[in-house]
Design a protein around this ligand. Structure first.
Ligand SMILES: Nc1ncnc2c1ncn2[C@@H]1O[C@H](COP(=O)(O)OP(=O)(O)OP(=O)(O)O)[C@@H](O)[C@H]1O
Length: 251
């Protein structure tokens, strides 16, 4: 469904010097799979998402998506039109969405009371939800989420994480989310792609065998510890040395 085969990507800094932001990166997601790209701050995660979304084509390599795949993207900043209501922000991008679909999205994302509010009246958490509703309203084949839970307090992040899980389980959508939180990846993803420091390359690709809805706190702690171990110290202490029944590292 989504196949990424990047050989490298350079950017130019303010001094006009070219630098490598991505190294060689190859991974694929099957239809309906949720992938999480985890890596240290500044390693090139957003750059990778922009390439996958087709917003940056100056790259060596290729990204393959099904022809005419509809892509929904949620950026770190919600990017709503300030002069439009919540509902209009969504309808503008998804004019074909019927009332039942919108109403269901509003309920899942706890937005029903905010339909007629304007972006300036919303907290960051609510604005993120609107951006997510907008991306989902177009019935995307591929959903791309850049740090959907960053800068939210723990309780809000947990609620939004559950809502994202509900959404991606409600209809099949191949999803790629970027996060620097191993814990979020362990809770949401079917497959975790662990990146190195810049220039990003893949340190490990870890499919998770326990279905999202069936993961216990112990499972999540074990997955997180395994990822931390493979990442050489990113995230929580790596005290999980034995091979896991939960994960099957490919490299
Ligand atoms: N348009 C640009 N021009 C020059 N440098 C850039 C540009 N965009 C990003 N960079 C730099 O490239 C590197 C990778 O940026 P990117 O935003 O992809 O990383 P990231 O992993 O998403 O970071 P974070 O986790 O902090 O959001 C950073 O050092 C960043 O400063």
């Amino acid at each position: 469904m989504l196949e990424v085969a990047i050989a490298g990507k350079q950017l130019t800094n303010a001094a006009g010097e070219r630098f490598d932001v991505l190294g060689a990166l190859t991974f694929r997601l099957s239809a309906g799979e949720v992938g999480a790209v985890v890596g240290p701050s500044g390693c090139g995660k957003t750059t990778l998402l922009r390439i996958i979304a087709g917003l940056d084509r100056d790259v060596q390599g290729r990204v393959a998506l099904p022809p005419a795949a509809r892509i929904g993207m949620v950026f770190q900043e919600p990017r709503l039109l300030p002069w439009r209501s919540v509902e209009d922000n969504i309808r503008l991008l998804a004019p074909d969405a019927d009332e039942a679909t919108l109403a269901k999205l509003f309920v899942t994302l706890e937005l029903s009371a905010h339909r007629h509010h304007f972006p300036g009246e919303l907290s960051l958490g609510l604005a993120r939800r609107v951006a997510l509703a907008r991306a989902f309203a177009i019935k995307p084949d591929v959903l791309i989420l850049d740090e959907p839970l960053v800068s939210l307090d723990a309780a809000l992040a947990a609620r939004l994480r559950d809502e994202i899980a509900t959404l991606v389980d409600s209809r099949p959508v191949t999803t790629l989310l970027v996060t620097h939180s191993i814990d979020d990846a362990a809770k949401l993803a079917d497959r975790i792609v662990l990146l190195s420091e810049r220039p990003a390359r893949i340190l490990a690709e870890v499919p998770i065998s326990v279905p999202r809805a069936a993961r216990s706190a112990t499972d999540i702690a074990a997955i997180s510890a395994e990822i931390a171990r493979l990442g050489g110290g990113i995230g929580p202490p790596a005290d999980f040395a034995a091979p896991s029944r939960l994960t099957a590292p490919r490299r």
